[in-house]
Design a protein around this ligand. Structure first.
Ligand SMILES: N[C@@H](CCC(=O)N[C@@H](CS)C(=O)NCC(=O)O)C(=O)O
Length: 212
């Protein structure tokens, strides 16, 4: 059985957990925080979460893990069959990670861990996020899902990344993404109704660590 390493508040961890739950795959959760201990680095070489343990060994990086799970062919796939449409889903995932999640992450210390960011850093992140959201608006369909009428893995990223980023922009940048980016609020609301997400939220409510 696949083991999923990480913790309930990690947004990347929950993207993989959502994939496992939506596919109805059996898995075991192993709670671990990101760390630089040799033992964990032998499993996740950057010390990050999530990672999974399979019968063949460990695997890291959320997108890679989701692709691996998908390729096992167990339960439904959340990639379109058409190669171009599938690539468009992967494009959305890449944009979400590179141009929204990663810039916003530079303010997580300020917003979640009481480490104030300089005005310079905030303004630099604001500019990057403005570009990122403008790019997302060109790619996203919100029909009702990010890539069109079917839910895709891009929605998993969207929920756990953009959902968090809206809190970061509001608190650190006084920017209400729901007001400036049409479609974001409705899709987040829709995804919150999934049984998989309800399960994840229940687990989060029981955990006592900051949401990252
Ligand atoms: N690119 C990685 C990012 C994972 C990541 O940054 N996870 C966070 C927790 S949400 C973490 O481990 N942070 C600790 C660190 O960056 O050292 C992935 O796709 O899985």
């Amino acid at each position: 059985m696949i083991k999923l390493y990480g913790f309930a508040m990690s947004n990347y961890y929950n993207m993989v957990k959502m994939a496992l739950l939506e596919k109805g795959m059996e898995f075991e959760e192993v709670t671990v925080l990101p760390n630089q201990e040799n033992e964990y680095l032998s499993r996740s070489p950057m010390g990050k979460v999530p990672c999974i343990e399979t019968e063949q060994g460990f695997l890291t990086e959320t997108e890679v893990i989701i692709d691996y799970l998908d390729s096992l062919g167990l339960g439904p796939s959340f990639y379109p069959v058409d190669p171009f449409e599938r690539a468009k889903v992967r494009e959305l995932i890449r944009y979400l990670e590179l141009y929204i999640e990663l810039p916003a992450r530079r303010l997580y210390g300020d917003v979640f861990f009481g480490r104030p960011a300089s005005d310079e850093l905030k303004e630099s992140v604001r500019k990057e996020l403005q570009k990122g959201f403008a790019a997302l608006a060109k790619l996203a369909k919100y029909d009702p899902y990010l890539a069109g009428s079917d839910m895709s893995y891009a929605d998993f990223y969207f929920l756990f990344s953009v959902g968090l980023v809206t809190r970061v922009t509001k608190k650190a940048l006084n920017w209400d993404v729901f007001a400036t980016e049409p479609g974001v609020k409705a899709l987040l609301g829709l995804l919150e109704q999934r049984d998989s997400v309800k399960t994840i939220r229940e687990h989060q409510a029981k955990a006592a660590l900051p949401k990252i």
